[in-house]
Ligand binder design. Structure first.
Ligand code: SF4
Ligand code: SF4
Length: 310
């Protein structure tokens, strides 16, 4: 049985995923990016590049004029001066940014996060923080203590996540119990670098992240991308066979790497094409997928173009 439609990240009319840096101050054993560890000059260079790209990101948002969700991706994006970056961006975007989504290892001091929380609240923007607990670098007690010190308000959403490895299953169970105790949503992903990944835990207390409609009309939900790949794709290549489906890439979902747009190119027939953000214009309609997908973003796909037209 085939897939008719996959929906995820459809909460907003326009989604931007902006990769700010590859730097990280941790080096988790299971991290796909562990060789791109932070060094001071890299993060300073990244800060300059990102500050130089703010005007172009703002131009995209304002020209599209739709409620926008902006996901900031790393590395560890809180190594950057995000309060400065967001303050500038908010001043240029007429309150169109309705949600900022950040995944963080929660290593920065709590005052840094409280600053971010205040800046987002003042702009009327929801700050959605996914705090990743990496047992190899931070204790669960320290992690939860930091959470307790945050200025909670109605514009702040927090979720916890962690990774299940072959050796930390007991600690992951404790993590889940703590999340239940303090009433925080959680998700557990499997160590993807482990060849025996099928034996590891993948779970979440929310099951609505990916909605899959099958050809016969039946609907299946997946907890996270790992589960989607496991059930409908090729786990090893991390590809879901979506050739000739319509895709919302560049229409409702734009992916930016620092100051470059990454997307579909008619000549190259690929979704890894990069061009300067300055020359990128938002596509008017969904496109046909040329090959298949690693689902690196929040795009939605369907066999029917009309399903994706906003
Ligand atoms: S904190 Fe995240 S990005 Fe940094 S090394 Fe660990 S898994 Fe990788
Ligand atoms: S490969 Fe590109 S066009 Fe195809 S589903 Fe993925 S993002 Fe969309």
């Amino acid at each position: 049985m085939g897939i008719l439609k996959i929906e995820q990240g459809t909460e907003f009319d326009f989604n931007i995923k902006w990769r700010l840096t590859n730097c990280c101050n941790f080096k988790c054993s299971y991290c796909a990016r562990k060789n791109k560890r932070q060094n001071t000059s890299d993060i300073n260079t990244d800060q300059k590049i990102i500050e130089g790209a703010i005007g172009d990101v703002a131009r995209l948002i304002v020209s599209n004029n739709k409620p926008t969700k902006l996901s900031l991706i790393g590395g560890e994006v809180t190594l950057l001066d995000l309060p400065k970056i967001l303050s500038k961006l908010f001043s240029l975007t007429n309150h169109l940014i309705k949600k900022i989504f950040i995944v963080t290892n929660f290593s920065r001091e709590y005052t840094y996060f409280n600053n971010l929380i205040d800046i987002c609240k003042d702009n009327g923007t929801i700050l959605s923080l996914t705090c990743s607990w990496h047992n190899e670098f931070i204790s669960l007690d320290t992690f939860v203590d930091k959470y307790n010190k945050l200025n909670k308000n109605s514009y702040l959403q927090i979720k916890f996540e962690t990774v299940c490895t072959e050796t930390n299953k007991d600690k992951v169970n404790k993590f889940i119990n703590v999340c239940k105790d303090i009433g925080v949503d959680y998700s557990v992903d499997a160590d993807l670098t482990n060849p025996n990944v099928n034996n590891l835990m993948i779970t979440s207390n929310k099951t609505s992240r990916c909605k899959i409609t099958k050809d016969d009309g039946s609907i299946v939900y997946c907890n996270n991308i790992s589960e989607l790949l496991k059930n409908f794709g090729d786990w090893n290549t991390r590809i879901i066979p979506l050739k000739d489906y319509y895709c919302s890439l560049d229409y409702t979902y734009v992916y930016i790497e620092q100051d470059k747009h990454v997307g579909y190119n008619n000549t190259l027939k690929t979704c890894k094409y990069k061009e300067p953000l300055k020359s990128f214009i938002i596509r008017k309609e969904p496109i046909i997928c040329p090959k298949g997908c690693s689902l690196c973003g929040n795009m939605s796909v369907s066999k029917n173009k009309e399903d994706l037209i906003k």
